[in-house]
Design a protein around this ligand. Structure first.
Ligand SMILES: Cc1cc2nc3c(=O)[nH]c(=O)nc-3n(C[C@H](O)[C@H](O)[C@H](O)COP(=O)(O)OP(=O)(O)OC[C@H]3O[C@@H](n4cnc5c(N)ncnc54)[C@H](O)[C@@H]3O)c2cc1C
Ligand code: FES
Length: 520
């Protein structure tokens, strides 16, 4: 092991000593380093590729991930990279990893230098004359980025009601809110990226109407813009609490970067906070405010936090983790009114609070689609190519309800990676790739040092089984309906979580069971 730039490098120096070719089996990965950078060798049949070993999303160690025969998966948030070009083909990573040249000499593999990425594919002649994207969040940004990455050269306009350009929304309830993430981590791209790539980003403007006959959208400043293809990626909005005092200035919701900044500004001046709702966002806010040393109470109607998504045992564990960090729960309770320095609960209890954050769920922003007569069913209904019921209109992210191959259900989920993957798939399909959307949902949620990963989608289940130990933070928790494992939550089982996702995407229930069974 050697050091470079403060980081330890593992495995052989692939430039000097190389690695024995026999140490790299077909389908295998081998970690080494070259010129002070971690490098991953990947073998597919006779071909050996070398790429940067550190994920470009948040630096996940690719050597601890999975090579499925075509892409290398990051163990942390499941981004995928092509071993031959380094391209980040699946979100949440966007930037490629470095790509290296490899030579075989005397039964050993040597990395000899870096190589440039494959050129963007030539777009087909049948592409739309322009693309308008409504929404500058995960799905909207991913669609714009992928259109340009695929070589699309016609106008791309992204219209966002948010004052800020696309940013890392999951971070605004986690490290950013806790004060541990610098401001420069938050934008998905620096502002000059939009000029360089000729993506016309319009922020602080709302699309108020779709005119399908004219193939145009109307903005809240009266402008009308015509489209060749339209992507609806309007996301979701927090459900508002309708109780006395909910409009007071110390009461916050959290959806945007501006919301997060407002909570931070407030948190710096006060000592006591109440979080209403034990959702993922509510609990992440609780954790971040505890990191800022505020006294935090969480009030929620359910008896166990996140019970509906994670079940009883994992939900109870999440509660314990928060309690160990000083969060005080008031479960089976609702807030009936909010005053300037307190909140009152249904049972009459009064809690001191100078800051209140409400996280009681979101509703998809489907109004535009609804007004335009698109098919709606608790979201915008799309087919397996993410096309809406109207010609040349696609939907992606939190608003889209799509046919999920693995579960066989039509689902709508509110996950960052799913929204990005939708955006990427829509871009490819607008350009004629004709690829059905087959990715199995994935999300992660961070509670202090506990990260829960979740693959699949179990909107309801009849049994929950635990492999390993939740308490020891080393487990797989499977949610089954009629015997079929629909989803698996995990803690510190990154490689298994990846293997489960790949097996689900192949529709291979036996392989899913085998991974779960092996753990018992
Ligand atoms: C605080 C927070 C933390 C989260 N953490 C996680 C996490 O850890 N893991 C996870 O998987 N998911 C997480 N999520 C959920 C995840 O962020 C969403 O699923 C994802 O952002 C959805 O992407 P989207 O593009 O569909 O919508 P969004 O990212 O919400 O983007 C929607 C965009 O549309 C714009 N818009 C809406 N209406 C209009 C209109 N009429 N005209 C123009 N623009 C419009 C909005 O301004 C916004 O730019 C979190 C969400 C929040 C709020
Ligand atoms: S660090 Fe690799 S996907 Fe997030």
């Amino acid at each position: 092991m050697s050091e470079s730039g403060g980081e330890a490098l593992s495995g052989p120096d692939l430039g000097k000593e190389g690695a024995a070719s026999s140490d790299l089996r077909d389908g295998g990965m081998l970690l080494g380093h070259f010129n002070g950078e971690p490098v991953l060798l990947v073998r597919k049949e006779a071909a050996v590729h070398a790429i940067g070993a550190k994920c470009t999303h948040y630096g996940g160690p690719l050597a601890e991930g999975l090579f499925d025969g075509s892409t290398v998966h990051c163990p942390w948030h499941h981004a995928c990279f092509r071993p031959d070009t380094g391209e980040a083909v699946n979100a949440p990573a966007i930037d490629p990893v470095a790509c290296y040249t490899v030579e075989q000499r005397g039964g050993r593999l040597f990395v000899t230098g870096t190589t440039s990425k494959a050129a963007a594919p030539a777009p087909s002649a049948l592409v739309p004359s322009s693309v308008i994207i409504v929404g500058g969040g995960a799905a909207g940004f991913a669609a714009a980025e992928m259109l340009r990455r695929q070589g699309y050269q016609q106008p791309v306009t992204m219209i966002s009601s948010d004052a800020d350009g696309p940013y890392d929304r999951p971070n605004i309830s986690k490290d950013y809110l806790a004060g541990n993430a610098p401001e420069e981590w938050i934008p998905l791209r620096p502002s000059d990226w939009y000029q360089k790539t000729k993506v016309d980003l319009v922020t602080g403007r709302r699309v108020v109407r779709l005119e399908l006959d004219q193939r145009s959208v109307e903005l809240d400043d009266g402008r009308r813009l015509e489209y060749g293809a339209l992507v609806l990626a309007t996301g979701a909005a927090p459900i508002k609490l309708d109780i006395p005092g909910a409009q007071l200035p110390h009461v916050h919701y959290l959806r945007t970067l501006q919301d997060s900044r407002a909570i931070i500004a407030h948190a710096k001046q006060v000592r006591r906070a109440v979080v209403v709702g034990a959702s993922f966002i509510g609990l992440e806010v609780a954790a971040s405010l505890r990191t800022r040393n505020l006294e935090v109470h969480v009030v929620a109607p359910e008896p166990i936090p996140m019970q509906r998504v994670l079940g009883d045992e994992l939900g109870r564990f999440v509660r314990e983790v928060h309690e160990q960090h000083g969060v005080q729960f008031h479960l089976g309770q609702t807030v009936t009114s909010i005053a300037e320095h307190s909140v009152t609960l249904k049972n009459g209890t009064t809690l001191d609070a100078d800051l209140v954050v409400i996280g009681i769920g979101v509703r998809p922003n489907v109004e535009l689609a609804e007004q335009a007569g698109l098919r709606i069913d608790r979201g915008v209904v799309v087919d397996d190519h993410l096309r809406t019921s109207a010609p040349n209109i696609w939907a992606a992210g939190d608003i889209a309800r799509w046919p999920d191959r693995y579960s066989g259900n039509s689902i709508r989920v509110e996950h960052w990676v799913v929204a990005e993957l939708h955006g990427q798939a829509v871009a490819r399909n607008i350009l004629g790739h004709g690829q059905p959307y087959a990715a199995v949902p994935f999300f992660w949620s961070a509670h202090y040092d506990v990260v829960i990963c979740y693959v699949g989608s179990a909107q309801e289940w009849d049994t929950v089984s635990v492999s390993g130990s939740i308490r020891d933070r080393d487990c797989l928790v499977a949610y089954r309906k009629k015997g079929k494992p629909l989803a698996v939550a995990s803690i510190n089982r990154d490689a298994d979580s990846l293997r489960l996702q790949v097996a689900m995407e192949r529709g291979d229930v036996k392989a899913v069971e085998a991974i779960l069974h092996k753990q018992r």
